[in-house]
Ligand binder design. Structure first.
Ligand SMILES: [Cu+2]
Length: 153
């Protein structure tokens, strides 16, 4: 604030800035949060633990190795209430760096199923830092879950 004022060369500008500051404060209080931020989905940071999708389904995720520069394979396994593995879902992942929005985003990539019914997605890690994969799960064409897997490289 003080620094700002020192940068303003003439008094008329100072008066003008104070006027604007008042209105921008009131404007900010009604500005809704930006869409597409990481807070619009549960943030997942525990590979291997069971995560609920809904009352019937849950899943686990894991990387084939500790994520490092290069390709990491993200594996998702979905289970029904009885613990039986389920493989009739469609899962997509969008990988990128939350701190560098848009720079490395993969866009929605479909997970591929292996014979066991595991869902697999290669994640291209091109630089160290904070990474995330936004995972979306659909059943019978209807979206049922979004979660954000976060990890650091
Ligand atoms: Cu980056």
């Amino acid at each position: 604030m003080i620094r700002k004022i020192l940068l303003i060369p003439i008094i008329a500008s100072i008066v003008f800035i104070f006027g604007c500051k008042g209105s921008s404060d009131s404007c900010c209080t009604i500005t809704p949060p930006a869409t597409g931020t990481v807070s619009d989905a549960p943030i997942l940071t525990s590979p291997g633990s069971r995560i609920a999708i809904n009352n019937d389904l849950s899943f686990t995720y894991a990387f084939d190795k500790k994520p490092a520069l290069g390709t990491a394979i993200l594996k998702i396994q979905v289970f029904d209430k009885s613990g039986k593995q389920v493989s009739d879902l469609a899962i997509t992942g969008d990988s990128g760096m939350p701190s560098m929005k848009g720079h490395h985003d993969s866009g929605d990539v479909a997970f591929q199923k292996n014979r066991k019914g595991d869902y697999l997605m290669p994640v291209q890690i091109v630089m160290p830092g904070d990474w995330a994969v936004r995972v979306k799960i659909a059943k019978d064409g209807a979206h049922i879950y979004t979660g954000l897997i976060r990890f650091d490289v």
